[in-house]
Design a protein around this ligand. Structure first.
Ligand SMILES: N[C@@H](CCC(=O)N[C@@H](CS)C(=O)NCC(=O)O)C(=O)O
Length: 349
């Protein structure tokens, strides 16, 4: 019997070609789905490696997990340049490239987070070459890579983040205060699973369905679903003023919501045509966003320069919008201790 699709992880692929032909953006399914902690890939400190693009929200899930779980010293990390190769590249367009000297058109200097490829020993220029070494034609990030067997373990962010949490101690985390992102309690897991599903469909992937589909009706439906889901989450946080989506503790559900909301005001509002509202317009989601941004390791897990540089490629003439200015530039806005109260007192601030 065919395994049912877990819609908190990936999209139904039924009639994907037909839907794509009509203009719908349909995310494909990741091909590498091995389990960290199995006999083939035992959890050990120093053995595993992540390849990420900091603008990619799926990669943001795994850099967040690595940081909040205290795995920075036990899992190595390479960062690609946020814009992919152009038509003039000898290997072809739209490929993730390791290029720490490439100059950002936004900052006029190279991006200090970008690295060479350091996992395979071959110093590949392209992520695609890591896949090609295993006979795969995929090219997506994130990639969880085993430096001992020189194999890709997994390239599905939802699974990578769950595996990092489950194996954090064996992987080398000695952070006694780290959160348990998926606590072993049936009721909590059920709550997280429901949230993951609506967040993935309506928000994480929903943003792409809105911004990358070329069919007005598909866009309109995704737009509506995105803002309906935000309204639902705003209500949940407002119900008892809870800090996090499931109550007092930061879990996978919060972690999976964060990359999209972090990008919403500075990037998605414009790029994904999700201009129904800003996160600043939702007092409780804004409070939640600031709270999560302030958790140890979260601010260091990403860079808005990479996000802004990476999203406005060829279809946007490679010109990166300068704003937003109101109420203040990111990321300083997150750090403003009184912003939430200020806005409550005067909604025009
Ligand atoms: N299911 C994957 C999706 C990852 C994904 O779509 N990554 C994009 C960047 S945001 C990518 O690398 N696309 C290029 C490609 O697929 O070749 C996950 O969540 O890990």
């Amino acid at each position: 019997m065919k395994k049912p699709v877990d819609t908190s992880i990936e999209e139904h692929q039924s009639n994907a070609a037909g839907r794509r032909a009509k203009g719908e953006f349909v995310r494909g399914v990741s091909g590498f789905r091995s389990t960290l902690g199995d006999a083939d890939f035992p959890a050990q400190p120093g053995r595993y490696h992540l390849v990420v693009a900091l603008n990619c929200p799926w990669c943001h899930r795994v850099t967040l997990a690595r940081n909040v779980l205290g795995l920075q010293n036990s899992i190595s990390l390479d960062v690609v340049y946020p814009s992919r190769t152009g038509d003039d590249d000898p290997a072809g367009p739209n490929l993730w490239e390791f290029n720490p000297t490439r100059v950002s058109t936004l900052t006029n200097v190279s991006l200090l987070e970008c690295t060479l490829e350091t996992a395979t020993g071959k110093a590949y220029r392209l992520v695609k070459q890591i896949y090609a070494a295993e006979g795969s034609s995929e090219g997506s990030v994130p990639v969880l890579y085993d430096k001992i067997t020189q194999r890709i373990v997994n390239n599905e962010s939802a699974e990578i983040l769950r595996m990092l949490n489950a194996n954090a101690t064996a992987l080398g985390s000695n952070d006694a205060d780290r959160p348990d992102l998926y606590p072993d309690k049936a009721a909590t897991r059920a709550e997280i699973n429901v949230l993951n599903d609506i967040i993935y469909t309506g928000i994480n992937n929903g943003a792409y369905k809105a911004g990358f589909s070329s069919d007005q009706a598909v866009y309109a439906k995704a737009f509506e679903n995105y803002f309906d889901t935000l309204a639902k989450l705003e209500k949940l946080l407002a119900s008892d003023g809870r800090d996090f989506l499931t109550g007092n503790n930061f879990t996978e559900a919060d972690l999976r919501l964060f990359p999209t909301l972090y990008r919403h005001d500075p990037v998605y509002y414009l790029r994904m045509k999700l201009n129904g509202a800003k996160i600043l317009d939702y007092p409780h989601l804004w409070r939640w966003l600031c709270k999560v941004y302030g958790l140890p390791g979260v601010a260091q897990s990403n860079s808005l320069v990479h996000c802004r540089q990476g999203y406005f490629g060829r279809s946007w003439n490679n010109i990166v919008p300068i704003g937003p200015f109101s109420p203040m530039p990111y990321p300083e806005a997150y750090e403003h201790p009184n912003l939430f109260d200020l806005r409550r007192a005067n909604p025009k601030v």
